[in-house]
Design a protein around this ligand. Structure first.
Ligand code: ZN
Length: 289
């Protein structure tokens, strides 16, 4: 499942091919995604210019000149590839080898072709009028962007104050902060030297004000995301950049997927794997307190 750095990497790859260009033609080859692509999709997209390509949490948002926003999610295995030639036989990467899984092809006025491929079909493409975007169920209720100014120690402490859940669960809660998933939460908690099992409320005082831990944690979350974006995201299973190349961040994981390895902080501890809410957590019990 792509997390924020992977989606941001895709956005940065797509932007030069999409922004400022008109969609001359869109081919919907298979409507079956997580929700079927609407019957009026082609009519609402063709002839419209992409004024900007943004991201909210793990969603890509293309602002169309019609006033619609095309909200796209990569699901489990979705990828975009860019090529002037979308003919079968031109493959940019392993995961979209089978053009049978090409769902949507955008033919842009600048000559670019952008193909959305999704073997497992958990992705989505939905048009939402900009005027209704605040009511859109996919986006409503999401917490602040972790790389934005609204995400700071005061905000995070407020959101965690009184919470009996673990710090890990709090950071995975999309209402607290949007776009974080298992990998980057594990890595951020390690960088902050905070235990994933610690009660979320312990980063705030009784009045909900942030303590030192909240400051350190926010800094760690932002740093790990910025480092991951710089590396083009992490390629575990399906993530590829839009040119088909792999992200590199998986090579610099400090604890994620490193069970049994010596703690990279040099504390003489060993990285341990535990299961929290059905998902693996990797951490160093010796130095993450
Ligand atoms: Zn350690």
């Amino acid at each position: 499942m792509p997390e924020l750095p992977e989606v941001e990497t895709v956005r940065r790859g797509l932007a030069p091919a999409m922004e400022g260009a008109r969609v001359d033609k869109v081919e919907v080859r298979h409507r079956g995604l997580r929700w079927p692509i609407a019957r009026d999709f082609e009519k609402r997209v063709e002839g419209k210019t992409v004024d900007g390509l943004g991201r909210r949490a793990k969603y890509l948002t293309a602002d169309l000149s019609s006033g619609d926003v095309l909200v796209m999610h990569l699901g489990m295995s979705g990828s975009f590839r860019i090529g002037k030639d979308a003919k079968p036989g031109v493959y940019y990467h392993e995961k979209s080898k089978s053009t049978a899984h090409d769902h949507v092809v955008f033919h842009m006025s600048n000559g670019q072709t952008i193909t959305y491929n999704d073997p497992r079909r958990f992705g989505s493409m939905k048009l939402v009028p900009r005027s209704n975007i605040d009511q859109e169920p996919l986006l409503r209720g999401l917490g602040p962007e972790p790389l934005g100014n609204a995400f700071d120690a005061a905000m995070l402490a407020q959101a965690c104050a009184g919470k009996k859940t673990s710090l890990k669960a709090a950071l995975l809660d999309q209402r607290v902060v949007a776009g974080l998933g298992n990998i980057y939460v594990c890595e951020a908690l390690f960088r902050a030297r905070l235990s994933p099992k610690r009660r979320a409320s312990t980063i705030a005082d009784r009045a909900g004000r942030p303590n030192e831990r909240a400051e350190v944690l926010v800094t760690a979350v932002k740093a790990v995301l910025n480092d991951a974006i710089k590396a083009g995201g992490s390629s575990l299973r399906d993530h590829r950049r839009t040119d088909g190349s792999l992200g590199d961040f998986q090579h610099t994981f400090l604890v994620y997927d490193r069970e049994g390895k010596p703690c990279p902080a040099g504390c003489k501890g060993t990285v341990k794997r535990i299961v929290q809410a059905g998902r693996s957590t990797f951490y160093c019990p010796s130095c993450q307190k």
